[in-house]
Design a protein around this ligand. Structure first.
Ligand SMILES: C[S@@+](CC[C@H](N)C(=O)[O-])C[C@H]1O[C@@H](n2cnc3c(N)ncnc32)[C@H](O)[C@@H]1O
Length: 259
């Protein structure tokens, strides 16, 4: 019988107890602290009458397109959820933090609030939405995770439906602060953020089956406990490409082989 040395035992125990997945990015505890009822974080205390400017742009576009159902990712303090609800949309919002989701449920009883992770939450298989909106959320994820989010949720977006996303731009004030952990990626204030250029933004939506309709780099000013800040986001409206129907694909292949 072979005996293990003390060092070997420690290594084995460490391997057996090591988390199977890397800790999720972003760290959920950070959001729990921000959204809990007694938090004084400016993002929580900002009045709901001040939605992100991009939500106004998105709402105007959605109204022109007669959108009814909106899926909001990472709704947080509900600034934009409030704007969607007030404008009469049928809202489903997914929020990972329990404290954030509880507050959203209390404040927006008509909306469907799901306390879950956008990478793996399962919407009911029949549910279809006309638009997906995510402000300041997707830049916290790796490319592989973003692809997973698209794969998980965009099948629920109707064909020709639009995606409204805003991610931090390389022109953002925060760009370059903290520890560099990857290309255009920095760890700062408890979170790892990626910063996008128009090119990387287009590449990311295109490879996930969308066509960019419009894109802009917007700088917004906000007041925080430690002074005034500016944030710059790349805002994109992109349309889900129509997939060729199987039957027409079959027709196409049949015709092709006839030639
Ligand atoms: C910077 S805040 C933006 C909140 C809101 N969209 C806004 O602009 O006011 C990011 C939000 O995404 C949520 N979040 C982060 N990771 C998530 C995940 N994996 N699934 C669902 N929500 C997530 C956080 O809890 C937080 O509320």
């Amino acid at each position: 019988m072979a005996y293990l040395t003390r060092k070997q035992i420690i290594i084995r125990v460490n391997i057996m107890t090591a988390p199977k997945k890397k800790p999720s990015s972003p760290n959920t505890n950070v959001w729990e602290r921000k959204w809990k009822p007694d938090s004084r974080h400016p993002a929580r205390t900002i009045p709901r009458e001040l939605p992100n400017e991009f939500s106004r742009v998105a709402i105007a576009d959605m109204k022109r397109r007669q959108v009814r159902k909106v899926l909001e990712l990472g709704a947080g303090a509900g600034r934009d959820t409030a704007a969607f609800v007030e404008n009469g949309f049928d809202v489903t919002a997914v929020e990972i933090s329990k404290s954030g989701a509880t507050r959203l449920k209390n404040d927006f009883p008509a909306a469907l609030i799901i306390n879950g992770d956008i990478r793996e939450v399962k919407l009911s298989p029949q549910s279809t939405v006309d638009a997906i909106y995510a402000f300041s959320v997707l830049h916290y994820f790796t490319d592989a995770e973003i692809n997973k989010i698209y794969k998980n949720l965009t099948p629920h977006l109707k064909e020709g439906g639009r995606l409204y996303i805003a991610m931090r731009s390389v022109n953002d004030e925060m760009y370059g602060k903290g520890k560099k952990v990857g290309k255009n990626t920095y760890e700062f204030n408890d979170a790892v953020r990626r910063f996008f250029t128009p090119k990387t933004m287009v590449a990311q939506v295109s490879k996930n089956g969308f066509e960019v309709v419009s894109m802009s780099d917007r700088t917004v000013q906000y007041h925080a406990h430690d002074g005034d800040h500016k944030s710059t986001f790349i805002e994109v409206i992109a349309q889900k490409k129509v997939q060729p129907k199987k039957s027409s694909l079959r027709k196409f292949l049949t015709n092709l082989f006839k030639i």
